[in-house]
Design a protein around this ligand. Sequence first.
Ligand code: GCU
Length: 688
Amino acid sequence: MNHCFRCFSIVLFFFLSCMSYLFGQEQTLSTVDTGYELWMNYKPLPESGLKQSAIRYGSHISLPGSRYDEVIRKELERALKALLTVTPIFVQDNAVGIQMSFCKDKGLGEEGYIIRSGKKRITLQAYSDAGFLYGTFHLIRLIQCGYPLEQLNIKEIPALEFRMINHWVGLGGTVERGYAGKGLWAWDDLPKKIEPRYTDYARAEASIGINAVILNNVNADPRILGHDYLEKVAALADIFRKYHIKVYLAPNFAAPVKPSTTKDVGKQWGGVGIGHLDTADPLNPEVQKWWMDKVNEIYSLIPDFGGFLVKANSEGMAGPQDYHRSHVDGANMLARALKPHGGIVLWRTFVYNPEIDKDRMKRSYKEFQPLDGQFDENVVLQTKNGTLDFQPSEPAQPLFGAMRHTPLFPELQITQEYLGRSVSLVYLLPMWRKTFLDFDTYCNGKGSTVSNIIAGKTFPSRMLGMAGVGNIGRSRNWTAHHFAQANWYAFGRLAWNPEESTESITSDWIKSTWNCDEATLEVIRQMMMPTWESFVCAHAPYSLGFTVKREDHYTAGFEQRANKEWHVSKESIGTDRTTKGTNYVSQYFKYNKDIFNSLSQCPELYLLCFHNVPWSHKMKSGKSLREEFKSNLKRGIEQVDVNIGLWKSIRNKIDPVRYEEVLESLYKEQRDTKVFYQAALNFFSQYW
Ligand code: GCU
């Protein structure tokens, strides 16, 4: 990078920042792209026929009289002023422009909408209030991304009712597995001080269809349920409600217990319970009453509170099994407290108690599958997409398709715990699609893909939803790496419609975050699309299992993991989970069981998760496993080298601050990837 150019950009940034400070206007800063605007980066569109037609439509707008009119008006003013340099006039009824009105189509439900257009008018219709909010963001996206507006005929109904972001934010402000600074909620300042960021956060979530946020870490500090914290939560709920977002909390199962006795109940929060009881046994009437009272208190502050997300009997967290009760007992007890208010329980299935099975990958299924059908109707199980733990690649969790009588929401991880933190550019959408949503479980024969199952198409489900573990923090651009914004965006769009094409989600993100220039679009797409695959090749080849250090989940940890969590020797590598091995394959429906069980048919992406394979094994490429493995390890470095070149090729198309920051990230990624590669090479060469 040309040194002068870099200095110039930095000086320009500081100059504009100082101007903004001097004139006391946050506004000035927005002339410099910092990434704060995310994909709502409204910039003047280039002059064109499309822009002229957008101006004609956008000049007059009639609002529907919905609960969201105020935020819709503000968003349209902001967007249209910036994109089209028009200040829309809001009118009562209009024959020309954008007209929003309620319609009688009940099928649109709570959140659906219809957008149609003729030569003079765009109509946005919805059956219920929230449809207008989502329809408005859709319309803005169409304008922003330069779609023709003249013959619109769009009908959108979200496939999933619950579209949730989980924030693993602790009360001290740190984010577990967060790589973008501290958590967004300034707990100490709430409820008095309300930061403008909260509203911008809500705008961002609503713009991609998110309607639920869990505010705190699943490794839950019990104090989140104290009255003082509930008031803070209520203050956030008041803001989010304006954007049709409900708040949820992650309670600690042992919260009813006295502080002095909690030390025996789960190791993580020993000694800091907030109740007055000696037990948290879910069948104890006093415990049940404690939760009823607590839930009533919550609803008195937050009338539309969503419910609880619970991590129980997992990684040291308290749970019903501490009292010899089952997950069903625990979940139903909480569900009964929430039911009168319309709240739900999301009970996580991320458990891996070694007593259940020697193979960690079999444990969650073995614990939960037999409980299917026993949960109350307002209980959902929340299940990680993969079986092991958010690995760069791993087969889909076999519970999907195997729980016919219990709603199962997938939990995807947007934050890149095992995928290069906020250092590596790794676009997760291709992974979510290939290893998860498109995975055909065969639970009802061919076509029983995970995306069909979670959308209730394969068999009915009482509730449909999807959760993502957020990747945002207080860093100026929210996600630290500018490209990590794409993972947040893609998650939201997928939760709205798991079948939405990768192509359209990706290009909409690029256009609305960077710009609509063709070369920019093409180059950024080329940078993003191969990154997941190359990351897997370089870091966790063929779904081998954990390869990073236990302490950080980032640096190479082959020595720590080898021959404990997976096998390697001079002859072979990988874990035998076939019918002759741990028999994990048998948790899948027959078609997949047979495929995974067979060395020749098993997809190579999952080869070492299911098989112990001789290094001499011939791969589809014609190379031996040893040769292919070795050359694949280099793909991480090759990809980042290519990406640096590609990024430099669009230097004059990208605003200076973000250009520089991305380049810095790429250089850091290059350095760290080289270190990882060297460690991998050193480790594996002793077996080659
Ligand atoms: C992983 C992660 C933990 C997290 C846990 C969970 O193990 O490393 O930080 O708490 O998943 O999902 O509960």
